[in-house]
Design a protein around this ligand. Structure first.
Ligand SMILES: *Cc1c(COP(=O)(O)O)cnc(C)c1O
Length: 402
């Protein structure tokens, strides 16, 4: 496995102080210092340990079902006149890429001697992935979730409870993800010794962005091998991924960051349109600031209040992006595009009808930009299909006849 690969020479990977260019760091309240400090000191030693890698690999194979296939999408390729491959994270156990990260972090928590796991969740996808691995390992699991989200996401709340997790409603503020995160942080401050906080995306204080990117880097590690076997070249012309906080994109880009011939494309949620007031296109609308203890790009008002994001897909509905991606944007290494709700819906229907694959609404954003890339017939394009669309059927069907 390549998760502990030396990245110290890369311009695009984290530096020894926890920064990507001018983004990143750990802007934490002092009371959180012991928890974050322990992680910073220990995470690379643990990820480098052969016994960790063995256990991680075995679970990814036998429990998650990896390697996920790299599927040549023939009819989609004909339509867009290029060689399009889909990295099938939708076929993972629990239906998305998130489980790669939660498996890795639960193994890390065990090695840190933690007995209790906490997490925050918005739509419930990360909560379910966390509750799943806690059941697998027999650890106590507490998931904080905004009380409004609990009402909106009943099936995922039921899943978490079925899996044995305790779901605690966050009833302050807007009663959504950001408030759930505040509650989780408060819990962690009160339980510094026995509790690990499993963060669900490539954001938050150092070392989370780097740790999550490494745990998800299995995606690009597999793409390289699979593409080499299928085409004779490990490098595609394009890698395309949707981006909420940035974990599936970080995993899909990881081993290509320093291969400058590979064009990296990140697709944000444009919502009802970037300038409609209902959007989550952070690089278009954001400025530098601090969110979840990380210096990065985020959507904020003149006086620094976070602007509520909007997207048809709950997983992209985040007002910031992880610091790695802020740096990829600023350096121009990755191209950032946005897809509107309408474009994503159309792309979701298109993939269903052309390939018999119903994508997650998040992943549909990545697919929606195939039409805007300047593709040549020989270009090899890998789209990270981050998750499956079962959870989004209501949304798809509600918009079917429009
Ligand atoms: C959560 C989620 C995302 C967005 O999260 P990232 O950390 O940006 O990858 C994308 N796709 C699916 C299917 C998700 O569940």
């Amino acid at each position: 496995m390549d998760i502990a690969i030396d990245t110290s020479k890369s311009r695009y990977q984290v530096d020894k102080n926890g920064y990507y260019g001018r983004f990143g760091g750990a802007y934490i309240p002092e009371m959180l210092f012991p928890n974050v400090d322990e992680l910073q000191r220990r995470y690379m030693e643990i990820l480098s340990d052969p016994s960790f890698q063995q256990e991680f690999e075995a679970l990814l194979q036998d429990y998650v079902g990896r390697p996920s296939p790299l599927y040549f999408a023939k009819r989609l390729s004909e339509k867009y006149k290029a060689q399009i491959y889909l990295k099938r994270e939708d076929l993972n156990h629990t239906g998305a890429h998130k489980v790669n990260n939660t498996i890795g972090q639960i193994l890390l928590a065990k090695r840190l001697g933690k007995k209790r796991i906490i997490a925050e969740t918005g739509a419930g996808q990360h909560g379910v992935a966390t509750a799943t691995v806690c059941a697998l390992m027999g650890l106590e699991c507490v998931v904080y979730m905004g009380s409004i989200d609990i009402e909106r996401q009943a099936p995922n709340v039921a899943r978490m409870k079925m899996l044995g997790a305790t779901v605690v409603p966050a009833t302050s503020g807007s009663k959504t993800l950001k408030d759930a995160t505040n509650e989780a942080i408060r819990d962690w401050i009160n339980n510094p010794v026995d509790t690990h906080y499993i963060l669900g995306t490539a954001a938050g204080p150092h070392p989370y962005p780097d740790m999550v990117a490494r745990l998800q880097s299995v995606i690009s590690e597999e793409i390289r091998k699979q593409l080499l076997a299928k085409t004779g070249n490990a490098n595609p012309d394009y890698v395309v991924a949707c981006i909420g906080g940035g974990s599936n994109a970080a995993g899909a880009f990881f081993h290509y960051l320093d291969e400058e011939s590979v064009k990296l494309v990140a697709v944000e949620a444009g919502g009802k349109g970037v300038h409609s007031g209902f959007s989550a296109a952070t690089t278009q609308l954001g400025k530098i600031g601090i969110i979840h203890a990380s210096k990065t790009l985020l959507m904020q008002t003149e006086d620094g209040q976070i602007v509520e994001p909007h997207s048809i897909s709950a997983g992209l509905d985040y007002p910031g992006i992880g610091p790695m991606h802020a740096h990829l944007y600023e350096t121009g290494r990755a191209k950032f595009l946005d897809a509107t709700d309408e474009e994503a819906l159309a792309a979701g229907y298109e993939l269903s009808r052309l390939e018999g694959i119903i994508p997650a609404m998040e992943s549909a954003h990545a697919l929606a930009k195939l039409k805007d890339l300047p593709l040549n017939p020989d270009d090899v394009v890998v789209v990270c299909l981050s998750g499956r669309g079962d959870k989004d059927l209501d949304t798809y069907i509600r918009h079917m006849n429009k």
